[in-house]
Write a protein that binds this ligand. Structure first.
Ligand SMILES: [Zn+2]
Length: 293
């Protein structure tokens, strides 16, 4: 009987140990680049400038205070829908409940590795859903092109070393990087209910675009954009919550955004824990029954 009691207790300890182990597996993924002198900005826009105003001892205490200046659309940032659509939400209008949601990663890195002008197409979304299920309502959909490996090398990241203009003297785009096709944007608008679309390139529309059609289509529906998203290689395909928290600029067309994802427990979920718990309970009952006879 003592042996059986010991086994029961051992099972309980084992259960507690496994439960604690599972509970510690949330991972936070930083999806923002730091702002510094290397921060990439759209050609013709303004660079990030950080000026030290005070840094040093005052005689009573140490004191630091600085100022910064930048374009709204530099580094990791959010595009408010008003950026490309008249009358749509500006930064302070974006509903708080749209600033976080299920993180979805659609990987087009393979075709982007052989074509810098690759596009997320409707087919990519459909095949993603065949493997992973329907894109949930309220999702923040991230397009992974693996362009982050070039950041902050302007020439490799933009496909041009010019920081003053994105077009040549004939009005043709100088830029080359992957983006979202207008058709894919349209498919998302008609068929799904995402709150934002992000990408690890300088723009939702691909480099050669002069019409910025994906911007226009998404933003007309008050779906915001996230550009220059960092570390998308670390974001799981599903099973995360993405937080996109811009500074609240009244009437801003865009803003720096603190972007991160919290990945759910890896390899377990509440249903699994519940099933395991029931299994241990049944085992305990069985042992107690055996002890009583
Ligand atoms: Zn932007």
């Amino acid at each position: 009987m003592i042996l059986m009691l010991s086994i029961t207790v051992a099972f309980q300890f084992c259960f507690v140990f496994v439960s604690c182990d599972h509970g510690d597996k949330n991972v936070i993924i930083d999806l923002s680049y730091s702002y510094d002198e290397e921060t990439l900005f759209w050609p013709g826009s303004d660079r990030f400038v950080h000026t030290i105003v005070q840094r040093g001892p005052t005689g009573v205490f140490w004191y630091e205070s600085n100022k910064f200046e930048m374009g709204e659309h530099s580094g990791t940032h959010i595009d408010a829908p008003s950026h490309f659509s008249e009358g749509k939400q500006r930064i302070h209008d974006i509903p708080k409940e749209h600033l976080f949601g299920p993180g979805i990663k659609v990987d087009i890195s393979e075709k982007a590795s052989i074509n810098s002008d690759a596009l997320l197409e409707v087919e990519d979304l459909k095949s993603w859903e065949e493997e992973n299920g329907i894109i949930p309502n309220g999702a923040i959909l991230m397009v992974f092109t693996d362009w982050g490996r070039f950041y902050p090398n302007r020439t490799a990241y933009f496909g041009s070393d010019r920081n003053d203009s994105f077009t040549d003297e004939n009005g043709k785009s100088l830029l080359h990087f992957p983006g979202v096709s207008p058709e894919a944007a349209n498919w998302l608008i008609i068929n799904r209910d995402v709150v934002g679309v992000g990408i690890d390139t300088p723009s939702i529309d691909y480099g050669p675009s002069l019409t910025f059609s994906a911007h226009v289509k998404l933003y007309e529906q008050n779906i915001y954009g996230l550009e220059n998203v960092a570390n998308l290689d670390q974001l799981p395909t599903t099973g995360s919550t993405v937080y996109a928290l811009p500074i609240k600029i009244k009437d801003g067309s865009g803003a720096p955004v603190r972007l991160f994802a919290v990945a759910d427990d890896v390899g377990t979920n509440s249903a699994e824990s519940m099933a395991f718990s029931l299994f241990i309970l049944q085992l305990d009952c069985l042992l107690l029954l055996m002890m009583s006879v």
